[in-house]
Every structure is written in C-alpha cells, then in structure tokens.
Design a protein around this ligand. Structure first.
Ligand SMILES: NC(=O)c1ccc[n+]([C@@H]2O[C@H](COP(=O)([O-])OP(=O)(O)OC[C@H]3O[C@@H](n4cnc5c(N)ncnc54)[C@H](OP(=O)(O)O)[C@@H]3O)[C@@H](O)[C@H]2O)c1
Length: 237
C-alpha cells in the first residue's frame, strides 16, 4: 500500500454529517476536498473547499480536478450531500422531483463516475454513500416516496458497482441512517422523531461518522448497506 497521504472527497461538507466527516477524515490524516454550495475555506491547507451544486456535472469536474491538482490522488469519496422532503405522493411538484433527483441521484452519478475513474487507474479506492433506512422500512405517516426513489437507487447502485469493481481494489458501500440529529431537523421535532426508532431515540452524527470510518478500514467489506438506524430496518415496533 502507498505511504502517500490519502485523499478523501466529502460532499455536503458545510454542516451536519458532512462537516463532522471532514473533521474525522482529517483526524485520520487524510487530506480532504470538502464541497457544497456554501462551503467556506477552513484555513487548514490540507482541506480544499470547492463550491457548487452537486447536481451539476461541472461541479464534479471541479471537485476531481481540485483533488488531483492540490493533492495528487483520490482514495475515498463520501457521497453525503442529500435532500429529504416528506409529503404525500400526489403533492410532489415537478420542482420537488427535479431537486431530489438532482441532488440525490445526479449528485451521486457525476462525481462518482469521475472519482472512480481515478481510483480504477490507481487500483484502489473506497466509495461510500449515505442513504436512509426509509428505503427498507417505510413508515406509515411519514410519506417519503422521493427519498425511497432516490436513496433506493443509491442502495441498488452500491451493490451494482461493488460487483463491477470487485476485482479492481475499489470498494463500494453505503451507510443507511435512521433519523439523525443534524440541522435537517428542528429541535422541536426531536421528541416525535425519536419515537420512529425501535430504540426510542434519534441517532447522533457520531453514529454515522463511526460507521463510515468502520467501512473505510474494512478491507473485506464491499457492497454493504450498513444500517445505523436504532433498529428501524429490523422489523416493526
Ligand atoms: N439527518 C437525518 O436524519 C438523515 C437521515 C437519513 C439520511 N440522511 C442523509 O445524510 C446526508 C447528510 O444529511 P444531514 O442531515 O447532515 O444534512 P444537512 O444538515 O441538511 O446538510 C446537507 C448538506 O448537503 C449540502 N447540499 C444540499 N444541497 C446541495 C446541493 N444542491 N449541492 C451541493 N451540496 C448540497 C448542504 O450544503 P449547502 O447548503 O452548502 O449546499 C449540506 O452541507 C444526506 O444525504 C441525508 O439525506 C440524513
């Protein structure tokens, strides 16, 4: 294995899970390309900030170019940028559809295609995407068909690419969260959201970071959808 300092791209890095992932990868001595629409320079020379809409191919071009120009390689891609919108199926607008498909699916496709090309040349790499356990365990009263459509696609493509890349040294995994305390959920909703988990509480950002770091180190694990959801996917409660 190369002794060169490794490089991770983290999307949706300005807040919530993505921002914590940037800190976690830096604490493991990775250099990081942190990207989102509003990301700020951090003052750390080993973090490159790239601003842009992850749904757009040119943002993916700039992310990968920055990783190669500034740090010379790409070892890990965390597809963390994502949006979530709960509403009855009949009420989704065309804008809702385009926005969810754009961020959650096009936002995976463009950057993963470009980053994986570099990983395949290198003969090593790790791609991990953040999905949701609502794909496996939809909840009555929490209508979220666009989350199922888009994040379900990510679960499926995780297994598909894990097979396609299996002999290349590039692993492909996903973390499937329950509902996590991030800026996505206002504090006044936390008590109600806690009841949506068999364990009776919401998840913490650190629960998801730990899962990503486990997958990062787990060299025999590929095609895994690691549920970190307080038991949601396991059954009814
Ligand atoms: N929190 C939960 O309960 C939960 C549960 C299941 C799955 N997840 C998934 O976990 C991931 C992170 O969630 P979170 O709760 O940390 O989210 P969050 O606090 O809402 O942060 C979302 C991040 O994505 C970025 N982003 C949003 N739209 C973007 C776009 N068009 N282009 C580029 N970046 C964009 C945001 O940055 P900018 O605004 O600067 O662009 C922000 O950094 C998401 O994929 C989410 O679906 C979260």
């Amino acid at each position: 294995m190369s002794k060169e300092q490794k490089v991770a791209i983290i999307t949706g890095a300005s807040q919530g899970i993505g921002s914590a992932l940037v800190k976690a990868y830096r604490s493991r001595n990775f250099r990081v390309v942190a990207t989102s629409r509003s990301i700020e320079e951090s003052g750390d020379r080993d973090i490159a900030a790239v601003r842009g809409d992850i749904a757009k191919p040119d943002t993916a071009d700039r992310i990968v170019a920055t990783a190669l120009e500034r740090f010379g390689r790409i070892d890990t891609l965390v597809n963390n940028a994502g949006v979530f919108l709960a509403k009855p199926f009949a009420e989704f607008t065309l804008e809702d559809y385009d926005h969810n498909m754009g961020v959650n699916l096009a936002g995976f496709f463009h950057v993963t295609q470009r980053a994986s090309a570099e990983m395949l040349k290198q003969g090593s790499g790790h791609i991990v995407s953040i999905t949701t356990s609502l794909v496996d365990q939809p909840i009555a009263g929490l209508p979220a068909a666009l989350a199922a459509l888009t994040k379900g696609g990510l679960n499926a493509v995780t297994r598909s690419l894990a097979m396609e890349f299996a002999k290349t040294g590039v692993r492909v995994n996903a973390v499937s969260p329950g509902i996590i305390k991030t800026p996505m959920h206002a504090a006044e909703t936390h008590a109600a959201l806690a009841t949506l988990h068999p364990v009776g509480r919401m998840g913490e950002i650190g629960d998801i970071v730990d899962a990503v770091l486990y997958l990062e180190a787990a060299s025999f694990v590929t095609g895994e959808i690691l549920h970190v959801d307080g038991g949601q996917h396991a059954g009814r409660w």
